[in-house]
Write a protein that binds this ligand. Sequence first.
Ligand code: NAG
Length: 260
Amino acid sequence: MLVLTALSALLAVVPVYATTGIIVPLYQFPSTSATWAPLETAMSTFPSMQFYIIINPFSGPGDADSQPDPAYQSSIQTLRTHSNALLVGYVATGDGTRASADVLQDIETYAGWDASYGMDGIFFDQTQTGFDAEYTSYSDAVRNTAWPGRATGYVIMNPGDDIGNSDYYSLADQIVTFEDTFAKFQQESPIPLPHPAQQSVIIHTFTGPGVSDQTLSSVVQTIKSAGFASTYITDRNISVEDVYADFGTDFTQFVADVAA
Ligand SMILES: *[C@@H]1O[C@H](CO)[C@@H](O)[C@H](O)[C@H]1NC(C)=O
């Protein structure tokens, strides 16, 4: 009894800290085993940090009921050897305008990938910001499907913007509530935090005059203190390049800052 009392007293005073993980829009064809190596290195260096990795062969999985290209198969198998990798398949939703049958087919196609290079769930891109009940059926489809190594499929939605205290929070594990340039991030800060432990922030074009390594460390610290579930920051510039087609030159420092 004494032990139980002491334990409950302890539990009452020890706060549970949410830990910010890293979300990676890995929109790169793995042409060689070196393509995804920076990510592999990051996962090996920080084994207790959770990585949420978005796999995206063709703005989706490719043809209905297809298996991914052999290069994807072997590279994903390698990612899966890391216990801190959670893999989600990219599904476009066109701000709610894409045909529901096509969205559901993409989910089914990812779910049909062999378990050795299988997904843990789905990333719904271009989620309509206003609540749209269609997304309930999308979330249900992921939850009711068998995924390798998980009892329940993981759901991430990406409206890329503030959605207030939306019902989407009851449908998804994580919601990206900011995806834009660093300039926009500064304008919109602080990002509203209705459910920080379910929110993610993605900042690209993290570059320009006055943006230094210290700026990156300081922004990462702000995101971690706010308790976001995950974040991704890259110095790739959206005016001149596809920001997710490669890692930023600041990737290694970004990862170290999140781990710090
Ligand atoms: C992005 O690239 C464009 C074109 O080179 C440049 O004008 C702009 O300043 C860059 N943005 C930042 C934030 O550095």
